[in-house]
Design a protein around this ligand. Structure first.
Ligand code: AHG
Ligand code: MN
Ligand code: MN
Length: 345
């Protein structure tokens, strides 16, 4: 009998599909010397829920799950059916795995105690971001943050477990349901992006070690609200126009952030008259993206301090968010500081 060593194909006839998310997570587990695999499992649970939400999103127009659900969430925003469905999907995935003790979600009034006192992790999630874009086939997303609980394993959860600064995240990520579906995450060792291959039902590594350009020429802000901005914001946006930067605003934070992360740009959601603390939520939106931004060499601020240093005082707390290429955020700080007596936000 002839026995030959395996020789990888050199013909170029069958292109390599690359490394799957599951395999990547497993390989990376060794970055954490005492990792027990629970964080890895939790990331896999999130990826599975993302695949299901991706399926629902793709079929939304056919399966009568477009449109409003008929209720408002705790923040007074109209819930879309897909907001509610995505929330159910992620809640289910996170509660089944056994790694999580508590979940905070944009779509839930209160902290959800899973009564799993042996769960090590707390998850904060915006199950569906950009929900006003669902019915018009424009990119939407999911944003998540993972924290290690503060209280000892085995004890009931407390506010300390949930109200942690963004700096304390152990992992964060987002899923972009766009022209292709991507999952981008960090565990504090750089940022990696995976593209969903629908026919295989797997995420594959497509964007290893994402590094944000240090500078850029895209600015993203809802300019319809400019009469409600502070003069400092106006001054910076005038500066963007003087520089002839491109204005790009999708209205889905994940999609706007993702584009700017890859191409170089700045996203701003400042305080407005209607939303004096900004519109975006610290726990579900700003913290995760700020962690990813910093890991990719970009910057996130509320105008006064780094987003990751803000100590939350309430669950659904909002924050102004200025996030993007380092040079652009520094220019924003410089320009807005030139405005006399203006509180930058
Ligand atoms: P969500 O759908 O989770 O409530 O988030 C919507 C957010 C964010 O995705 C987007 O950037 C922003 O709201 C858009 O707000 P405006 O319509 O006020 O610009
Ligand atoms: Mn959102
Ligand atoms: Mn949402």
């Amino acid at each position: 009998m002839k026995i030959l060593p395996y020789q990888p194909d050199q013909s170029g006839l069958a292109y390599s599909v690359g490394i799957t998310l599951d395999r990547f997570i497993k390989l990376k587990q060794s970055d954490f010397p005492f990792a027990s695999g629970e964080l890895s499992q939790l990331l896999r649970d999130i990826a599975l829920a993302a695949k299901i939400v991706n399926r629902e999103t793709n079929r939304a127009g056919l399966s009568n799950i477009g449109g409003a659900f008929g209720q408002t969430n705790v923040q007074g925003e109209e819930q879309q059916k897909l907001d509610v469905i995505a929330n159910i999907r992620f809640m289910r995935a996170l509660s089944k795995g056994g790694e999580v003790c508590a979940i905070v979600s944009e779509e839930e009034d209160a902290v959800i105690d899973l009564k799993n006192n042996s769960g090590k992790y707390v998850v904060a999630i915006d199950p569906l971001d950009g929900s006003s874009n669902i019915d018009v086939n424009i990119s939407i997303g999911t944003i998540f943050s993972i924290y290690r609980r503060k209280t000892p394993l085995g004890s009931p959860i407390t506010a300390d477990d949930v109200m942690q600064r963004g700096r304390e995240q152990v992992a964060a990520g987002y899923v972009l349901y766009g022209s292709s579906t991507m999952l981008v995450y960090t565990t504090g060792n750089g940022v990696n992006g995976f593209t969903y291959e629908t026919s295989l039902g797997e995420f594959f590594l497509s964007h290893p070690d994402i590094e944000a350009p240090k500078n850029g020429s895209i600015y993203s802000i809802n300019e319809g609200l400019q009469n409600q901005w502070n003069p400092a914001i106006k001054a910076y946006i005038d500066h963007c126009k003087d520089q002839a930067y491109a204005a790009r605003y999708i209205g889905s934070l994940v999609a706007d952030f993702h584009r700017n992360l890859l191409k170089g740009g700045i996203y701003l959601y400042p305080a407005t008259e209607k939303n004096p603390n900004g519109k975006l939520r610290l726990l579900y939106e700003a913290n995760a993206l700020a962690f990813i931004a910093e890991q990719a060499g970009a910057v996130a601020t509320d105008g006064n301090s780094s987003i990751l240093d803000i100590r939350p005082s309430s669950l659904h707390q909002r924050t102004p968010l200025i996030i993007g290429s380092e040079r652009m955020v520094r220019d924003f700080e410089y320009v807005s500081n030139q405005i006399p007596q203006a509180n930058p936000l």
